[in-house]
Design a protein around this ligand. Structure first.
Ligand SMILES: C[S@@+](CC[C@H](N)C(=O)[O-])C[C@H]1O[C@@H](n2cnc3c(N)ncnc32)[C@H](O)[C@@H]1O
Length: 379
């Protein structure tokens, strides 16, 4: 019989220590002892809580979803209200209303005042300030439906997913023939959420001395609208699928900057990109595409830039310190359900930029790396 796989090797000290530790932690007797022993009690309690939170994560998300769907935060915007009044306004019985209010309080979304009324807490107030987060939460209904059987999804046996329908360009072969109705929902969501990151990206973007910025996969043009305000002398171009580019042109006209921006309605997966810009941005674009397509986009950007031209990748990335589950767990499974792309680490993106011919590749720090990190490089 032929054995498949690498030859057996002797485990190093780290592997042996991990094996010993895991055997101990897995033992019910040790768990009970650790939960009572003063030096390990806090660690044991923290681990129990962390494990419980992982089990309950879906429930917490559904509590949030119910608050958003019922517009609880909008209701409390004007000030605190008593539980009966809230239940009545949400169309719930007093008991069910209280179930929701207690759950939302425990999650830090709202707070119970000493007189028994409920008010917005930090997280609920933050949601009021960023309406795009509520849109994000609402569209997660599709993600949760797609994740109902994560093993089938991982094995490629889940069939057509809802997110693949929501993001029709995820089927790359389809990209050139997408109808205006099928881009409306995702374009609205992207336009609303772009407001969260545009200024962070522009703060970090070295545009001094550049004359023309082309935003590739620029959506409805919110990023370029912010760029136009900051850089009055910069010529601007947007490239996206034809029905999305039309939506962008309408926005630029409504914002009074229609004469400053040229819109190109075409796919970036097929044929060369327009030349003439000395800076090209890819904001939340590369993570949507599998490796071969992502590299093809970077090569097309390289070919469209003059020598010395600047490319910018801005998106949430895997391995972001303090936000590891956002990249690898959330975006990893989101993009899996969507059927295209993956979150990449800074080093992976830097490697792809080098493969596409770029030099002087470096990361520029952003205010909220969880939402968008930024890598720049020069042709
Ligand atoms: C996740 S959205 C990001 C939009 C925008 N950059 C933002 O951050 O709000 C990705 C964008 O890439 C565009 N896109 C996807 N595939 C494309 C293709 N093959 N050619 C041109 N644009 C494409 C989509 O229409 C969409 O507007």
């Amino acid at each position: 019989m032929t054995e498949i796989g690498p030859a057996p090797r002797h485990p190093g000290w780290r592997e042996r220590w991990l094996a010993l530790r895991n055997r101990l932690v897995a033992s019910p007797g040790f768990q009970r002892w650790a939960a009572g022993f003063p030096l390990t009690r806090r660690i044991a309690q923290r681990n129990t809580r962390a494990l419980f939170d992982l089990c309950a994560g879906f429930v917490y998300a559904q509590v949030l979803f119910a608050c958003v769907r019922l517009d609880l935060f909008g209701l409390l915007r004007a000030g605190p209200l008593g539980p009966e009044a809230i239940a009545h306004r949400l169309g719930l019985s007093p008991e069910r209303g209280l179930t929701l209010l207690r759950a939302a309080t425990s999650l830090g979304l709202i707070a119970r005042l000493p007189d028994g009324r409920f008010a917005l807490a930090d997280l609920g107030a933050a949601l009021i300030g960023n309406p795009s987060i509520a849109l994000m939460i609402e569209h997660h209904a599709m993600l949760y439906a797609d994740l109902a059987d994560p093993v089938a999804l991982l094995r490629g046996e889940a069939g057509a997913t809802r997110l693949a329908g929501y993001w029709p360009y995820a089927d790359a072969g389809n990209a050139g023939s997408i109808h205006p109705e099928s881009v409306a929902a995702y374009s609205r969501l992207m336009a609303a959420s772009q407001a969260l990151i545009a200024d962070d990206v522009l703060d970090a973007l070295p545009l001094a001395g550049r004359t023309c910025l082309m935003d590739v996969g620029g959506g409805e043009g919110v990023f370029l609208t912010h760029a136009a305000r900051r850089h009055p002398d910069l010529a601007l171009r947007l490239l996206d699928l034809p029905p999305v580019a039309e939506r962008a042109a309408a926005r630029f006209a409504a914002e009074g900057i229609g004469d400053r921006v040229t819109c190109f309605g075409q796919t970036f997966l097929d044929g060369p990109l327009p030349t003439g810009a000395d800076a090209i941005s890819l904001v939340r674009v590369i993570h949507d595409h599998d490796d071969a397509a992502a590299l093809a986009i970077l090569r097309a950007v390289h070919a469209a830039l003059p020598p010395g031209g600047l490319v910018v990748i801005a998106e949430p990335m895997a391995g972001t310190g303090g936000a590891e589950p956002v990249g690898d767990a959330y975006f990893g499974f989101y993009l899996l359900a969507m059927g295209s792309g993956r979150p990449r680490r800074v080093e992976e993106l830097a490697g792809m930029l080098a493969q596409a011919g770029f030099a002087a590749i470096r990361e520029k720090s952003t205010r909220r790396p969880l939402l968008a990190r930024l890598i720049v490089a020069v042709r």
